[in-house]
Design a protein around this ligand. Structure first.
Ligand SMILES: Cc1cc2nc3c(=O)[nH]c(=O)nc-3n(C[C@H](O)[C@H](O)[C@H](O)COP(=O)(O)O)c2cc1C
Length: 373
């Protein structure tokens, strides 16, 4: 087994090929992102709903126009998070994850680029106009998230044609294992056509042979230990993105009760829940998830019109996902939505980020079973 190679994404170079996945709402903020960056990985702040739990917004008294107040708070809170991350990690690689599905996606990307972020990871929709938003900051690396080669093709063609630019890396997220919103319908989640084993080699071949560019592919979903990482590298990935593993860390930005709920979870607790965006999300079973699955949640709280497409806003179906994720992150593990990857149950303790990165980057004593086998 060879040592790990540093991960170059555009002009950014991380010592280890490890990206911490953006996790909203406020699961991956400045503290987690900076800790990962300091340990040699790439730290990612999720921009989703940052304003809700910030000094810029009082949910009890949102003012005359709650939507405007919410979006303004999001932007100011993002600037704060980026400043804090840079203070905590002056030289590390720090990025944001901004979801195309959110109505302030463009604002958040423009704000982060102007604030000096190193890279932007964008999924939950096709980030077809991303290069436009960072045009004044060409040093910012741009990284779309896809679940299929087809989605990567659409992005590469459009970016090349319209912006004469290609992605600096592409994250492939496997709906079979990943936490949070999945880029697949429930019936497709286990489809082998969307597995890392099929998509990663096909995407690597497409990028090399048809696009003719050296674009690193990063595997996301189900990566926990060094054996999982090696399995992804063997498929042709240049790096891995981990979400769930970084939740049970001292530095994770969520409340202690949230991390503890994750630590105590077992694999049987992992469920798919319907979400207002139409596609399922992977989460841990709790009273909220049970009600979401049964479809018996009562509308509560206001609407900030945060998503382009939302069943709760439009027809009062499902629930407000923003507030459900925010409640969870503040420690309400009964009434909040606790996103998690399929690896729940593997965390034995709350660890430091440095310990996890060290474990992942050291040579394992023996080859273990690869992920998905
Ligand atoms: C709690 C949680 C929140 C997440 N939030 C986001 C998000 O806001 N945007 C996004 O693109 N992905 C999000 N994800 C997906 C992660 O960034 C990552 O790609 C995924 O969790 C990788 O799979 P793993 O958890 O098995 O490591 C989230 C995942 C979790 C577990």
């Amino acid at each position: 087994m060879k040592g790990l190679t540093p991960l170059r994404i555009g002009q950014q170079v991380a010592r280890y090929p490890i990206v911490q996945g953006g996790m909203g709402v406020r699961i991956s903020g400045a503290r987690l992102a900076a800790a990962v960056a300091n340990a040699g990985g790439i730290g990612i702040i999720s921009t989703a709903g940052l304003g809700l739990n910030s000094p810029y917004f009082d949910p009890q008294r949102p003012g005359k126009d709650p939507q405007t107040a919410f979006f303004a708070a999001n932007r100011l809170a993002l600037i704060d998070e980026l400043r804090l991350a840079r203070t905590l990690s002056p030289t590390g690689v720090i990025g944001i994850n901004s979801m195309v599905a959110t109505r302030d996606h463009e604002t958040m990307v423009r704000t982060a680029a102007a604030a000096g972020v190193n890279l932007v990871i964008a999924g939950a929709g096709l980030p077809l106009r991303l290069p436009e938003y960072t045009a004044d900051h060409p040093e910012v690396a741009l990284v779309p998230i896809v679940s299929s080669v087809r989605a990567a093709q659409l992005i590469c063609r459009k970016w090349e044609r319209q912006y004469q630019r290609l992605p600096d890396a592409i994250v492939v997220e496997s709906p079979r294992y990943a936490g949070g919103h999945l880029g697949a319908r429930e019936s497709e989640v286990m489809d082998p056509a969307l597995s890392a084993e099929q998509v990663i080699p096909a995407l690597v071949a497409y990028l090399r042979e048809e696009v003719g560019a050296d674009i690193p592919v990063i595997a996301a979903g189900g990566v926990w230990d060094r054996a999982d990482l090696e399995a992804m590298l063997a498929l042709g990935a240049r790096g891995v993105q981990l979400g769930t593993r970084f939740i049970t860390t001292h530095e994770c930005d969520a409340a202690p009760a949230y991390k503890e709920f994750h630590r105590q979870a077992s694999p049987e607790d992992v469920v798919l829940v319907p979400s207002p965006v139409g596609l399922p999300g992977r989460a841990l079973r709790n009273p909220f998830a049970e009600k979401a699955i049964q479809g018996v949640l009562r509308p509560q709280g206001g609407c900030f019109n945060c998503l382009h497409s939302c069943k709760w806003r439009d027809s009062r179906e499902t629930y407000c996902i923003l507030q459900a994720l925010d409640r969870a992150s503040r420690g309400d593990v009964v009434n909040g939505l606790i996103f998690s990857g399929a690896n729940a149950g593997r965390a034995k303790e709350i660890q430091s980020v440095a310990a996890i990165i060290q474990e992942l980057t050291q040579e394992p004593p023996q080859a273990l079973t690869p992920v998905g086998v």
